[in-house]
Design a protein around this ligand. Structure first.
Ligand SMILES: [Fe+2]
Length: 494
């Protein structure tokens, strides 16, 4: 055998050994992008899916030498929909707040990413309640697999937010979340979600809400499960992603968590989850929001309240979820479903008038957003007032805000929070800043009608509240601009 032949054989043998080595990356075959999940001040979960089961490990450290050691998880497991491959998870503990760590995931000792790759990192939450700034992104209704969704994914990767909120309809596939486009074996959520957002999923924990398309139980292979249950199984959500003390499909994708000085509450507005006042979910939610000591309280669900986009105002949301967040003292409420961007004013008195809960009500309610155009947009419509509701103040397709797709980019900085609407091409169309001092204290409950049983008396001819300067406010208190027909609420323009 001449020297050249020997060299060729050696090279072939090298690659053969590398491929079939039990610890090699190629033998393990990564089947779903590696995600950082459930990040707190001191912990983080890393999850991934590979072709084989076996050990789950994550090396980590403040440098890419991963000097802090290895976190060992349970061996890879099958998912509840019995889809191909094995889910792996390793939980890292003992981290410091507001600190960046690099990591590498391994199945059976084989790296799922290249050692030293600096795009795989964890950024832990600032100390709970602290004023340390951080940024986050909200998207909705992205999951169609089209070029606009991919453009949205690029913007998220560019922004490098510390977390991403998805306001539902994560997947528009034939079977919904947990469904299969064909029997080829790849779940729809891989093709329409994980594969597309994989770059930012390496470092930004995604927090999903379950939309009506995700919830589709008409999955193939037939009847496997409710899509919201599969979503819980796919992710490492806070508190297991379930309404505390409950089980079953009606309790899935309902959870809350803290990040920095914000308390985030994610709700399931699908009918299966019974999102009605007096029901288990909203009873839990109002206490969860009210009892949080966090300065900021943000609430997310999928179905829109008021909207003039691809969906009009949803009566169940305005009759149940809205009174709940008004009473609970939320500051910002985010939803999708309607494929537009809409920014609404607060309306002041619904919570005060209803004030059905023992702890009292905030007398100036939350700001509301529709962000349901992160995958498809372009619906025409108006931006106006809503009876017994707030006023639409901005909208994609109106004024300087282009029709089309986009995302909401939030920057939390102590007592202020700025929301910027960013198109999928990366342009910022508008920004608005809210300050905690705008909201006023939670006021004690007073006797009065419940939010679902408001007075039907004619509207007053004068506003029910005169704006007064707020001490320490960085924004001018918003003026009352109109009185709604037949309602008890006042509108505030920001
Ligand atoms: Fe929807």
């Amino acid at each position: 055998m001449n020297l050249l032949k020997t060299k060729k054989v050696s090279i072939a043998l090298f690659f053969l050994i590398l491929f079939f080595s039990p610890g090699s990356a190629s033998a393990q075959n990564l089947m779903r992008p590696i995600q950082v999940q459930n990040v707190t001040t001191t912990t983080a979960d890393i999850i991934w899916k590979s072709a084989s089961g076996g050990t789950s490990q994550v090396k980590y450290g403040t440098t890419t030498s991963y000097e802090m050691g290895t976190a060992n998880g349970a061996n890879g497991r099958k998912q509840i929909d019995n889809s191909p491959g094995f889910m792996h998870k390793a939980s890292i503990t003992g981290l410091s707040p507001n600190t960046k760590y690099f990591y590498q995931a391994l199945t059976n000792g084989g790296g799922m990413s290249a050692a030293g790759d600096q795009t795989y990192y964890i950024k832990t939450s600032p100390v709970t309640g602290s004023s340390t700034p951080f940024s986050w992104v909200v998207i909705g209704d992205s999951g169609n697999g089209g070029s606009n969704q991919k453009a949205t994914a690029t913007q998220i990767a560019n922004k490098k937010p510390e977390l991403v909120i998805e306001a539902g309809d994560v997947v528009y596939g034939s079977g919904g979340y947990g469904g299969y486009a064909s029997l080829s074996g790849e779940p729809e959520q891989d093709r329409l979600h994980y594969d597309i957002f994989k770059e930012s999923m390496k470092f930004s924990p995604y927090y999903l809400a379950c939309g009506n398309h995700d919830n589709n139980s008409n999955n193939t292979p037939a009847g496997i499960l409710n899509g919201c249950d599969v979503m819980v199984d796919d992710q490492s959500m806070p508190n297991g992603g379930r309404l505390p003390g409950s089980s079953g499909s009606g309790s899935s994708v309902i959870y809350s968590f803290n990040y920095g000085n914000v308390h985030f509450t994610v709700l399931n507005a699908n009918p299966e989850a019974s999102p009605q006042l007096g029901g288990a979910q909203l009873n839990w939610a109002i206490n969860d929001i009210r009892n949080s000591a966090q300065p900021w309280k943000v609430v997310v669900w999928h179905q829109n309240g008021w909207s003039a986009g691809t969906h009009s105002t949803n009566a169940n949301v305005t009759a149940n979820l809205i009174p709940m967040v008004q009473d609970a003292g939320a500051h910002v409420v985010l939803w999708g479903h309607s494929h537009v961007y809409e920014r609404f004013s607060r309306f002041a008195n619904q919570g005060k008038a209803g004030c059905t809960t023992a702890g009292g009500c905030r007398n100036k309610g939350p700001y509301y957003f529709t962000i349901g155009n992160s995958g498809s947009g372009g619906a025409t419509g108006t931006c106006g007032s809503y009876a017994n509701g707030p006023m639409c103040l901005a909208r994609s397709g109106v004024g300087n805000i282009p029709t089309g797709t986009g995302l909401l980019y939030a920057q939390t900085n102590g007592n202020s929070m700025t929301f910027s609407y960013v198109t999928s091409s990366g342009a910022t169309s508008e920004s608005v800043t809210y300050n905690l001092s705008e909201f006023g204290p939670v006021i004690p409950p007073t006797a009065g009608p419940s939010p679902t049983n408001q007075p039907t008396s004619p509207p007053n001819s004068t506003p029910t509240r005169t704006p007064t300067p707020l001490s320490g406010a960085t924004n001018t208190p918003p003026p009352i601009i109109t009185q709604p027909p037949g309602g008890v609420c006042t509108y505030y323009k920001n």
